[in-house]
Structures are given as C-alpha cells and as structure tokens.
Write a new protein. Structure first.
Length: 164
C-alpha cells in the first residue's frame, strides 16, 4: 500500500454461528441495512450474482450534502473466514476494507462469531488530505462504523435464540 494511510479497526461479537454471519455479509443488499440513513446509501449495481473475488459493487451516497459515487471490488474471498474489498473509484486515493470472521464456542454449544473490520484509507491531496482527515474524515469514518456495529447487534439480536 506504499504511502502513508490511516487505519480504523473495530471488533464485535455476535451470538450466531460463523456461517450465518458470513452469509449475511455475503449478500450485498445487506450493506444498505447496516449503513447510516444520513448517508442516503443506495446500491446501484452488483456486477455478478453471488459475491466472489472480482465482484464489483456500484453505489451512491451523500456525505455532508455532496453526492458520491463509489465502486468497490471484492479482492479476497475466503468463506467463511474473511473477505476484502477495495475502492476502484470514489472519494479516497486508497480504501481497503478487510472483514474477518472467527468462530468461537462457549462450551455449552452456543456458537459465537468475532467480527473484525480493518479499514485502511488515504485521502487524495497529500498533506491537505491528512489535515482534512484529522479535522473531519476520521470522525466521519468512526461514526459510520459505530452505527454499523449498533445495527449489526440489533439485527442479530432479533434472530438470536430467546431474542425479541
């Protein structure tokens, strides 16, 4: 990845088996369900049926009132353990998002999955981009992933045994 980049890392536990959690993230349509509504996020196209290495996803969103068109490509695909996507076109000069899924049991038969998101990104414009990141973008990216973690907890709580 060469030049300097910023990293965001989030970990989250979900009380569901790894296969079920990975299946949720394998469906591009679920991305809308875990993206904050204030982004007005919409998938425009998925370049293939089932997601696999090489799948491209085209979407649009609005950030601070500005329309953004984004195209990502699934680079690594290792079900049910990990996959990564990279920005092919969009607002960053680098966006690399790795999704990791680890299966865990608690000895009672309850299956849990630890999800790890690692995002490496860089803004264009060098020094100016680093200042914009420090002033605004870092907080925006963290806020988006905080929302995502809350939504994932809500969505999987609804389907958990004994859940709502």
């Amino acid at each position: 990845m060469g030049k300097r980049f910023h990293t965001l890392r989030r970990e989250q536990w979900v009380s569901r088996p790894i296969g079920e959690v990975f299946a949720f993230f394998s469906d591009a349509r679920n991305l809308e369900a875990i993206t904050p509504p204030w982004l007005h996020f919409r998938i425009l196209a998925v370049a293939s049926g089932a997601i696999h290495a090489g799948t491209e996803i085209h979407y649009r969103l609005r950030l601070h009132g500005l329309p953004i068109y984004w195209r990502t490509e699934i680079r690594k695909w290792d079900p049910p353990h990990r996959f990564s996507d990279v920005q092919r076109s969009g607002p960053y000069s680098l966006w690399h998002h790795t999704h990791v899924f680890e299966a865990h049991g608690d000895g009672t038969g309850l299956q849990k999955t630890k999800m790890i998101d690692i995002v490496r990104y860089r803004l264009p414009l060098g020094f100016v981009g680093r200042i914009v990141n420090a002033v605004k973008v870092r907080a925006d990216v963290a806020r988006i992933f905080d929302y995502r973690n809350r939504r994932i907890a809500e969505l999987f709580a609804d389907s958990a045994p004994g859940g709502r």
